[in-house]
Ligand binder design. Sequence first.
Ligand SMILES: Cc1ncc(C[n+]2csc(CCOP(=O)(O)OP(=O)(O)O)c2C)c(N)n1
Ligand code: SF4
Length: 281
Amino acid sequence: MAQRAAKDYRGSIKPIWCPGCGHYGILSAIYQGFSNLNLNPSEVVVVSGIGCSGRLPGYLRTYGFHGVHGRALPLATGVKIANPKLTVLVAGGDGDSYSIGAGHIPHAARRNADLTYIVMNNGVYSLTKGQHSPTSSPQLLSKQTQLRPLQDALNPIAFAVACDVSFVARGYSHARNELADLIIQAIQHKGFALIDVLSPCPTFNRVQTSDFYRNNIVPIASNHDAADKFQAFIWANETGKIPVGIFYKVRKPTLQERLEERRIQSGREEMSMRNLFEKFY
Ligand SMILES: Cc1ncc(C[n+]2csc(CCOP(=O)(O)OP(=O)(O)O)c2C)c(N)n1
Ligand code: SF4
């Protein structure tokens, strides 16, 4: 099979994100990652929630599902169970993933279905014009209210590690090659992978900007042992600079492997994954 180029994954719809939006960098890193893995577009499904981030599946020449707000993870889990051969990429904004959809993360981690979750984290609710999100900086003056957040910001990496998500990474949308590399590793990882991607929103977030990230992002030390949960927490709670890279990575049975085991135990070799799930989950 000939190697597919990044452009082969480009959908026919032209993105309508604002100029300078970090989400372009994420899209382009996904094209690059898919091309590097030479994925067949007809064997890939991209599932999203709602937000500027939710538009992502429309810009890819794969199958896509633009779901409802905060529910991309259960939708994607269903897709993977129905056809385990598919590569399933899930996308959400920080509001979609860490507010309304946050309750799905611990359970996605417990199931450990083979999904790659890209959180397009711009620190603000952008589609609805600039309300504070769980990852808004305490300094962010909302365009809507002209007020700063009343609540503390969530630490998504520490949250994901605490949930025992089996692959936890942070990337930056303007570091496209490094992000593409994280996406490749997350897809190759067997189990639930979450990449929190810092993605500036120049329209509604004047604090977590590309200048801010350029001056504050640092790579995680190359000798960090990602299997060490305690060290992962230390990196996740770094208060000076913002570390990017893989924080935590462990191999544990995936949902498919757990279901396969039940199939063998039950002696029902012919059962489809979907029927297995309905009968034995
Ligand atoms: C159940 C429900 N509640 C609220 C909304 C309104 N809503 C649409 S997008 C959004 C927030 C989007 O923010 P985020 O997930 O961070 O994505 P972004 O637009 O920043 O990419 C909200 C609150 C909705 N569509 N559905
Ligand atoms: S509002 Fe922000 S997140 Fe939405 S498209 Fe514009 S820059 Fe991107």
